[in-house]
Design a protein around this ligand. Structure first.
Ligand SMILES: Nc1ncnc2c1ncn2[C@@H]1O[C@H](COP(=O)(O)OP(=O)(O)OP(=O)(O)O)[C@@H](O)[C@H]1O
Ligand SMILES: [Mg+2]
Length: 269
């Protein structure tokens, strides 16, 4: 708790890592996201909540450059950012970990970390020793219990695979991490492991957008929640200022409780 208060205090003194402002996108006639705004501060975990089809993934795909918005602005470190494709998003340190993790199953953790950016010896051959040594360094910091450096990642548990995917993202300087349903396929022990990873990333000042259906997971992990309904932001709230029931009311009824800041999608009654 003290730590989260420190993070909050630090957060309010800094400019936002990311600010999305009045973001809209339509597919055909469907307003998938309409005038959505949200912010993310260094070391902050923001849970993005809402029913199926609320617009969570679409909003986050605009940040990761997978979709191009129709209107609205994105600011990184207080400066307007140009993000129209994934390459541009990565240049701002924005990395996404999809539910599928996109790992290469038949090779080990180091090969996954360096997939597509392999280290070479001066003879032009793969420098496996250097890649493994670097991978051990990154993983020791992130998940000291991880020891299975020689195994193909398909033999790893869901939580261990998640560690490898996160290690790959942060090794290449991610500062803004988007995790879409990171614990959906995991058991309780592995969910706990991902929670520990997230704490580690927070301590490193990385900001995390956590998309989830599971309000319990989000309450355990997030400093703040942003709730969407029918493409619009119902409101945002610090998890310590609202109850789970109140957040359920935001998700289901679009009703903003007193502890939350209403958005354009809040119901008026
Ligand atoms: N590529 C697309 N083409 C057409 N419609 C789309 C596309 N992507 C999303 N939509 C529509 O936009 C709306 C928001 O979808 P989105 O996937 O962002 O919801 P979500 O909140 O992530 O839902 P879930 O919890 O099911 O993942 C939905 O009505 C969806 O059908
Ligand atoms: Mg989604």
């Amino acid at each position: 708790m003290a730590n989260s208060q420190n993070n909050q205090a630090a957060a309010s003194a800094q400019s936002a890592l990311v600010e999305m402002k009045d973001i809209s996108i339509s597919f055909g006639g469907v307003h998938a996201v309409e005038k959505a705004s949200c912010e993310l501060y260094p070391g902050e975990v923001v849970g993005l909540l809402g029913h199926n089809g609320a617009g969570k993934s679409t909003l986050i795909k605009i940040l990761s450059g997978a979709y191009t918005r129709d209107s609205g602005s994105i600011f990184v470190d207080g400066k307007e950012a140009t993000i129209n494709n994934p390459r541009q998003a990565k240049a701002y340190g924005i990395e996404t970990i999809y539910q599928t993790l996109a790992l290469a199953d038949n090779v080990d953790a180091a090969a996954n970390l360096y997939l597509g950016r392999e280290l070479l010896t001066r003879w032009g051959t793969l420098d496996d020793a250097a890649m493994e040594a670097e991978t051990r360094k990154v993983m020791n910091r992130l998940n000291p219990n991880f020891t299975r450096f020689k195994d193909p990642v398909k033999q790893l548990s869901g939580g261990q695979r998640q560690s490898v995917a996160i290690a790959r993202a942060i090794h290449f300087n991610a500062r803004i991490l988007i995790m879409d349903e990171p614990t959906a396929a995991l058991g309780p022990a592995e969910t706990e492991q991902v929670g520990q990873l997230i704490h580690q990333l927070k301590n490193d000042g990385i900001g995390i957008f956590l998309i989830s259906h599971d309000i319990h997971d989000v309450f355990d992990l997030a400093d703040r929640v942003v709730v969407m309904k029918n493409g619009a932001v119902v409101g945002s709230a610090r998890t310590e200022d609202v109850s789970k029931d109140e957040v359920l009311g935001m998700i289901i009824l679009g009703k903003c409780p007193p502890g939350a800041t209403p958005g354009p999608g809040a119901s008026s009654d």
